[in-house]
Design a protein around this ligand. Structure first.
Ligand code: DQA
Length: 153
């Protein structure tokens, strides 16, 4: 029997209120639920030969702990930090400390929205940002991550 290759692991981390997708401001975030987003990520990752660890939390500390756990374990981080995008120096610091590639994703186009959403602390730690494309942004981020991994460290 041939051994199955170990697939690169990508952490797909989601911040506060994203568990409310589908019910929460559908005119802004659409009708897809967090389970739909996870299913799209799982399907896309399988096509790309990646493994994913998909999680959502409302807690800033928990999100930071998950980011810290990625060091030495994951090959990259895709993160929708939700409200913490615009407030959390601590989350930015944690992402910078992982030394991993980070792609920031937002369902909505944060630049079309209120002024306070235009600034992202997390972007300082990200190789790229995708926003405004709904849940397809996660699939695009996984594709970009697969290419970055292919390119090497
Ligand atoms: C969001 C945009 C943030 O400004 C907001 O706080 C969210 C969701 C998005 O996916 O569009 O909770 O990250």
């Amino acid at each position: 029997m041939t051994a199955r290759p170990v697939l690169p692991l990508i952490a797909v981390l989601n911040g506060p209120n994203l568990n409310m997708l589908g019910m929460r401001q559908p005119e802004v975030y659409g009708s897809a639920t967090i389970d739909d987003v996870e299913a799209l990520c799982a399907e896309t990752a399988e096509q790309l030969g990646l493994a994913i660890d998909f999680r959502q939390t409302n807690g800033e500390g928990e999100l930071i702990s998950w980011v810290q756990e990625c060091r030495g374990r994951a090959s990259g981080i895709i993160i929708n930090p939700a409200g913490y995008t615009h407030t959390s120096v601590a989350l930015m610091d944690a992402l910078l400390a992982t030394d991993l590639r980070v792609i920031e994703v937002h369902l909505s186009n944060i630049h079309r929205r209120e002024e306070f959403r235009h600034h992202s602390y997390v972007s300082r730690a990200a190789v790229g940002v995708i926003c405004g494309l709904g849940m397809q942004g996660y699939a695009l981020a996984l594709r970009a991550m697969a290419e970055l991994i292919e390119e090497g460290p």
